[in-house]
Design a protein around this ligand. Structure first.
Ligand SMILES: [Zn+2]
Length: 410
C-alpha cells in the first residue's frame, strides 16, 4: 500500500517569504529539529545561491556525523542542466534535489514572455534530470510550478517525460493556493493513474485550504496507486498566505474522520517534538504563534465556558480530539527572575564559562573556552537576537562546523 511522506520546505519556501528570513545558524538549528521531528526529507536550501554554499556543505557534514538522523537533505534549483552542474560543483555532497520548471500558460506567456516554448521547458527538465543522474544524484524530484493552472494535457505530457527520463517524483505545485480539496483529489488521482509517478503536494494558503488540499491530494495519489509526499512548513510560514502547516498536516492525517483507517503516514514522525519546533521557529522568524493555531496555539487545550470545563474535567475527550502530551506540551515554562548572566557578541570568557557549566558543558582550559566564545560572538552577531541555550550548546559541540556555517564567501 502506498504511503504519505513529509517533505518540509521551511528552509526554502519559508525563508523566501517577504519581510522574513533566518540566519544560517537558525536554519541549521531548524534542520536538526526537523530531523528530530522525523520528516522524511528536508528541502534545506539553494545550492546555486552563493551565500548558501558554506551553510549547505557544513550541514551535509553534520548529516554525515549522524546529526540529521534519517532525514534526507535536499536542495532546490531550477530545472536547467547548468543549475544541476553548478549545484554539484558548489555542494559536492548533495545527493537529493528538486528541479523546478514553470508549466502554466500564465507563467510561460507572462513570466517568460515567450522566451521558451512548452517543448523547450520539457526538454530542459528532461536534460536536467539526466545530467543529475549522470552526476550520481540519488533522488530527483521535478516541480511543476503553477501546476494547478497548467493545461492538463500538457501537465500529463510533462509528468510522463520527466518520469521517463529518470525522475523519482513530480511535485504538483498549487503555487497560488487555487485548488480546493475536491478539485485536487480528482487531478492528482488522474495524474497518478495515467502516469504512475509518485506525487508531491505543494499547497499554499491563499484561500485558507493548504492543509485540506494537501491531505485530499494525498488521498488522490494513494487511491491512484502511488506514494505521495506532502510539502509542509513549520507554522505555515511561506510566501504570501503561507504553506501547509507541518503539525496540522500530521494531526489531520492521524485524527481527521476516517483518514488513518485508509491512508498511512510513513513511520518516523515524533509529534512530541512539535511544541519545541514550533516555538523555535516562531522565535527565529520573530512571528508569534496565533493562540488558535492547531496543536501548538496557547488556547488549543484551554477551556473557559462552564459546560466545556465541566466536560473536560470529567473526560478530556469530551472536548479535545487529542492530548496535549502528544505534542510535547505540559512542561511549565520557567523564566529566571533573579540574576542573569548572558553571553553573546560582547560577552567575555568568565561569563561564558559560567553559562556553559550550567548547561552541562565544561572546557578543558580557558584557551579552549575563549576560542569557542569567539565563534559564539559571531553566531550571536549573525542571528541578531538573544542566543538560545540550544544554539550555544550547538556551537560548543561543533565549533569548527559552526565556523563554516557562519562563513560567507563572495
Ligand atoms: Zn511554494
Amino acid at each position: 500500500m502506498p504511503k504519505i511522506y513529509i517533505v518540509d520546505v521551511t528552509n526554502r519556501d519559508g525563508v523566501q517569504t517577504a519581510n522574513l528570513g533566518l540566519a544560517k545558524l537558525e536554519k541549521t538549528m531548524l534542520n536538526i529539529m526537523l530531523a528530530q521531528f522525523g520528516v522524511f526529507q528536508n528541502e534545506f536550501g539553494f545550492p546555486t545561491t552563493c551565500h548558501e554554499v558554506g551553510y549547505l556543505n557544513a550541514n551535509l557534514e553534520l548529516a554525515k556525523l549522524g546529526v540529521m538522523g534519517k532525514t534526507r537533505m535536499e536542495g532546490w534549483m531550477r530545472a536547467l542542466p547548468e543549475d544541476v552542474v553548478k549545484s554539484k560543483d558548489a555542494v559536492p555532497g548533495l545527493e537529493h534535489i528538486n528541479l523546478s520548471a514553470s508549466t502554466s500558460d500564465q507563467m510561460i506567456d507572462h513570466k517568460f514572455k515567450g522566451k521558451k516554448s512548452k517543448q523547450e521547458i520539457i526538454d530542459d527538465a528532461v536534460t536536467a534530470v539526466k545530467v543529475a543522474r549522470d552526476m550520481g544524484i540519488k533522488s530527483v524530484g521535478v516541480n511543476s510550478e503553477d501546476a494547478s493552472r497548467t493545461d492538463r494535457k500538457y501537465l500529463l505530457q510533462f509528468a510522463k517525460a520527466v518520469k521517463d527520463s529518470g525522475a523519482d517524483r513530480l511535485r504538483y505545485c498549487d503555487t497560488l493556493g487555487y485548488e480546493n480539496p475536491f478539485s485536487i483529489y480528482k487531478t492528482i488521482r488522474e495524474i497518478a493513474e495515467t502516469v504512475g509517478i509518485p506525487i508531491e503536494l505543494h499547497c499554499h494558503g491563499d484561500l485558507g485550504m493548504a492543509v485540506a488540499c494537501s491531505l485530499a491530494g494525498a488521498q488522490g495519489a494513494i487511491d491512484g496507486g502511488v506514494d505521495t509526499y506532502i510539502n509542509t512548513t513549520v507554522n505555515a510560514i511561506g510566501e504570501r498566505a503561507g504553506n501547509a502547516d507541518l503539525v496540522s498536516v500530521i494531526l489531520g492525517a492521524r485524527y481527521s474522520k476516517g483518514f488513518a483507517d485508509k491512508y498511512e503516514l510513513a513511520d518516523g514522525i515524533d509529534l512530541t517534538k512539535a511544541w519545541k519546533l514550533a516555538n523555535y521557529v516562531s522565535k527565529a522568524f520573530n512571528v508569534p504563534i496565533p493562540v488558535n493555531q492547531a496543536g501548538v496555539g496557547m488556547n488549543c487545550f484551554a477551556h473557559a465556558s462552564g459546560i466545556h470545563a465541566d466536560g473536560v474535567l470529567k473526560d478530556p475527550y469530551n472536548y479535545e480530539l487529542y492530548g496535549y502530551e502528544e505534542l510535547g506540551r505540559g512542561e511549565p515554562i520557567c523564566r529566571e527572575t533573579g540574576r542573569i548572566i548572558c553571553s553573546g557578541q560582547y560577552g567575555g570568557v568568565a561569563g561564558f564559562i559560567h553559562i556553559m557549566k550550567n548547561l552541562g558543558i565544561e572546557f578543558k582550559d580557558k584557551e579552549e573556552a575563549q576560542s569557542v566564545l569567539n565563534t559564539v560572538r559571531y553566531a550571536n552577531l549573525s542571528i541578531n537576537k538573544p542566543i538560545s541555550d540550544e544554539e550555544l550548546i550547538f556551537v560548543c559541540q561543533y565549533p569548527e562546523i559552526a565556523k563554516k556555517i557562519l562563513t560567507v564567501v563572495f
